[in-house]
Write a protein that binds this ligand. Structure first.
Ligand code: PGA
Length: 260
């Protein structure tokens, strides 16, 4: 696992944007795995800015989002469809027909999950998977105890995740209980993973992911099995790590090592 520690959130996001831009420039028809949440908002803003200022194009890319709430139609203001539209898609030149999110309003969410996994496979798999991490160590909506061999399916959200996401809804009761999420194994099948965490509230989950035992108790720790996983942190999110000196030695100020 490559651990890049940047001085603050702004620098961490700029570093992540650089990696996404490099991927899309090297492979204009890249398949991107996209994530939602507060951490990703400034990243999408930075990518939209590169689109406007430097002509970074997403016209040939295909995208698959990690997850969607069950029971919310795409135009629901709290759906991830709506989030993606507002935060990213409408600001860049991505072809709407090549953007994909699980169908949270499907009559049969299990069948929709199966179809989504098949669609990712038919697209040739994901080149670069963006990831956030929950305070409980989830990736996507793979909550603690999720099978590390899981594929896209319906998951019940933990109370802590619902509490964390309640801020987007009018009340806790309004916050959905279920979601369709790509699985841990779906994420591990991506050719590269890029996880971004900022802020002290993520420090414990980050330490469990990077240095803890691989365990379904922290689904993000499964990334230790991924051969090309990069974790971008600000100093606050890195504050509970033990081997910080080593990470900083290999990647001073979050730069690539001399052998890359
Ligand atoms: P956040 O969510 O960026 O809003 O903290 C991350 C996640 O739950 O994966």
């Amino acid at each position: 696992m490559k651990v890049l520690i940047l001085p603050d959130a702004q620098a961490a996001i700029a570093r992540a944007a650089e990696i996404v831009a490099r991927t899309v420039t090297a492979k204009p028809d890249a398949v991107l795995g996209l994530a939602t949440g507060g951490t990703m908002l400034p990243l999408y803003e930075a990518l939209a800015q590169r689109h406007n200022d430097d002509g970074l194009s997403f016209a040939q890319t295909t995208s698959f989002n990690l997850d969607e709430y069950i029971g919310l139609a795409p135009d629901h203001p709290c759906s991830y469809h709506h989030y993606m539209q507002e935060a990213f898609f409408r600001h860049v030149d991505i072809d709407p027909l090549r953007t994909h999110l699980p169908k949270g309003d499907a009559a049969d969410p299990r069948a929709a999950s199966h179809d989504y996994e098949a669609l990712i496979e038919a697209a040739g798999g994901i080149d670069l998977q963006l990831l956030g991490i929950g305070q409980n160590g989830h990736i996507g909506f793979n909550e603690p105890t999720a099978s590390l061999g899981s594929r896209t399916r319906v998951k019940t959200l933990t109370e802590s995740t619902r509490r964390a996401n309640q801020r987007y809804f009018s009340s806790f009761d309004e916050t959905p209980r279920y979601a369709i999420t790509t699985g841990v194994a779906t994420i591990l099948s991506s050719r590269k993973c890029l996880l971004i965490a900022t802020g002290e509230s993520k420090a414990e989950a980050v330490a469990n992911m990077v240095e803890g035992p691989v365990s379904a108790a922290c689904p993000a720790s499964a990334l230790q099995f991924h051969a090309r996983a990069t974790v971008i942190l600000d100093e606050a999110a890195a504050s509970a790590l033990k081997f910080t000196d080593y990470y900083e030695n290999v990647h001073p100020e979050g730069r690539d090592s001399v052998f890359e």
